[in-house]
Design a protein around this ligand. Structure first.
Ligand code: FAD
Length: 608
């Protein structure tokens, strides 16, 4: 086998979105030699697409806000399935992370008295999202990226990791290694442009690879979201938690077909936009669940007054958590009261001036003008649910971000636990900053404690290379694009927003057939920039993740948050005490039920 490029770091960070960059900066600050690998160009990560803002109880707009209210909102939004300790750390540390971002050069919108401005979002009791117009993710990435580059952190961009290495022998002395998982020793990947292989040796690897949206047909996610980190962790011996919970954002574009799924930010509703059906009715008043009744306005008058006076009025139902709004839209369309292209209407034009809309929502204005020829200052938008975010991810220690595999860490969307059954808008960007930092620091400390760096044997590299090259050795096999399309159909039709046992059993049968088909994927041409080959490799991950979602969704016989069962429409208290964990079991995915970590009494009191 030809020699391949090798590098050695204390901490290798896979992913250069908000979580990866923040982790890399923290690990560097803790004295580690750090490398970042990312599948696309630096600055192109998914985080850059984030629009609405970063949730943090800074109390700049509402002095009544504090971490306890944010913690409570997050847990209630997650239908109490969140890991309480993660939700607590997140709420406590988010304000400092936002201020730190400002110290590093981020330019936020301001309140009239010069503080960082905060806006309303669904499920948050107070205006809490620090923002930069509707381009917050761009500013976040710009700031972190400039800092990472200024610190001299080495970046390998357009480089995709396909395999994690573990060394069982090195780990055998460790108490924690009980489930057969070795200790992490590095990673293997390829350069997208040349197709050449590359290996990294590192005692600590941080996964910050984002989500899984590309397993679905209609999604707000970009091409990068193929669940790589989820699958890599699973295959290294970690478990994935809460995989049945996939967030369908209520408002994606529905027309024209080429842009179906692209996000319409929740800020439109936060800034006064309302949802109407084909009869012109503000239908969200018909869908206020008991759980949120006490804090939700029950008349249009009260809902409209809330924008000006939040103390004496309750929130509009359009700002209920995303799972509630997505289900309501789905029900209206199913009942035949949808818009011409299968969505509903989102109207801000009749409620705010054109100047206000253009100032507050510049990206939305341009997005609709350019992609759909709709002027949102003059006419309503057509919107419908789109697969947006995965609550499920690598099960990690809440304080350190370490998975069950020693030396393997996860932060950001690829990590599970923080958001429970449903994520509140704005809580992802703050999650990236809080847990990116924590994970980076702990990965660096652990690498320091370990002392020497691991080495990876030629045999392991040979096996990883052969696996990656397999699709070139098969002639006339399956086309990766066709298989991807079929996978997306299965997930969209059978494991989508509303689920039933029969459909999910069918999905598992279909996924098993797809698993068979991906052993016969074939690609043509050379290794140099070959997107068909890249997709063939991604498909293994997309399929793994889809199996986890379908299996966990079949197992959970209740409806909660981002998981709605038509055959079990009620929320069941006994399921509120259990998390589902997926682990590799032979060539398939096994599920175990594990008790929820117990919340201490002082935090529990916040819900009385
Ligand atoms: P990402 O930012 O996606 O970064 C993933 C990184 O991993 C990329 O660099 C990618 O190249 C790399 N990668 C992936 N696989 C591999 C591999 N195999 N090898 C090497 N590198 C790999 N959240 C909010 O809180 N507020 C918002 O306003 C908001 N708006 C949003 C708007 C849109 C349109 C979308 C899609 C999401 C929005 N979200 C928002 C959610 C939020 O943006 C994401 O959850 C978050 O950015 C994820 O960050 P991350 O660091 O985990 O991953």
């Amino acid at each position: 086998m030809a020699e391949i490029e090798r590098h050695s770091f204390d901490v290798l960070v896979v992913g250069a979105g908000g979580a990866g960059l923040r982790a890399a900066i923290a690990a560097h600050d803790a004295g580690a030699k750090v490398g970042i690998v990312c599948k696309s160009l630096l600055g192109k990560a998914h985080t850059v697409m984030a629009e609405g803002g970063i949730a943090a109880a800074m109390a700049n707009v509402w002095k009544e806000d504090n971490w306890k209210v944010h913690f409570r909102d997050t847990m209630r939004g997650g239908k109490m399935l969140n890991h309480w300790r993660m939700a607590q750390l997140h709420a406590q540390e988010a304000p400092d992370r936002v201020r730190e971002l400002e110290e590093w050069g981020a330019l936020f919108d301001r309140t009239p008295d010069g503080l960082i401005s905060q806006r309303d979002f669904g499920g948050h009791r107070y205006a809490r999202l620090a923002h930069v117009g509707d381009r917050t993710g761009l500013e976040l990435i710009r700031t972190l990226q400039q800092r990472a580059v200024a610190l001299g952190i080495e970046v390998f961009m357009e480089c995709t990791i396909t395999k994690l290495f573990t060394s069982t022998s090195a780990a055998s002395t460790e108490k924690r290694v009980s489930a057969g998982a070795g200790r992490i020793s590095g990673a293997f990947g390829y350069w997208r442009e040349s197709g050449r292989f590359i290996a990294f040796e590192a005692p600590s690897v941080v996964l910050a690879t984002g989500g899984i949206g590309k397993s679905y047909k209609v999604t707000s996610n970009s091409w990068e979201y193929t669940g790589d980190g989820h699958a890599l962790a699973l295959e290294a011996g970690a478990s994935l938690v809460n995989m049945e919970f996939v967030q369908f954002h209520p408002t994606g574009m529905v027309w024209p077909p080429s842009v179906k799924g692209i996000l319409v930010t929740e800020s439109v509703r936060g800034d006064g936009g309302v949802l109407r059906n084909s009869e012109g009715r503000r239908f969200m008043f018909d869908y206020i669940p008991e759980f949120f009744k006490a804090e939700t306005a029950d008349s249009e008058e009260e809902a409209d007054r809330w924008y000006e006076d939040k103390t004496n009025n309750r929130r509009p139902p359009e700002l209920l958590p995303r799972d509630e709004v997505a289900r309501a839209i789905n029900a209206e369309v199913k009942a035949g009261r949808g818009s011409p292209h299968g969505g509903v209407f989102l109207d801000i034009a009749s409620r705010r001036t054109p100047e206000y809309i253009r100032r507050r929502l510049p990206s939305m204005y341009h997005q609709f003008k350019e992609l759909a020829d709709v002027d949102i200052t003059a006419e309503p938008m057509e919107v419908g649910p789109t697969c947006h975010y995965v609550m499920g991810g690598v099960a990690v220690d809440p304080d350190t971000g370490e998975s069950a595999v020693p030396g393997l860490y996860a932060a950001g969307e690829v990590a599970g636990g923080m958001h429970g059954a449903n994520r509140l808008g704005g809580n992802s960007l703050s999650d990236l900053l809080v847990f990116g930092r924590r994970t980076g620091l702990n990965a660096a400390y652990a690498a320091g404690r370990r002392g020497e760096r691991p080495t990876i044997g030629d045999e392991e590299i040979r096996a990883a290379s052969e696996h990656a090259l397999a699709p070139f050795g098969i002639e006339g096999g399956e086309n990766p694009y066709t298989v991807q399309q079929d996978l997306q159909e299965v997930m969209h039709n059978l494991v989508g927003i509303i689920r039933t046992a029969d459909e999910m059993k069918q999905a598992l049968t279909d996924l098993a057939a797809l698993r068979e088909r991906i052993t016969r994927l074939s690609v043509e041409g050379h290794r140099q920039y070959n997107p068909g080959w890249h997709l063939a490799l991604d498909l293994h991950n997309m399929l793994r993740v889809s199996e986890c979602i379908a299996r966990a969704a079949l197992e959970r016989t209740e409806s909660r948050g981002g998981h709605t069962r038509d055959d079990y429409p009620a929320t069941d208290d006994s399921w509120g005490k259990v998390n589902l964990h997926c682990r590799l079991d032979g060539d398939g995915v096994g599920i175990t039920r594990e008790p929820l970590p117990q919340m201490p009494d002082d935090l529990r009191e916040l819900f009385n």
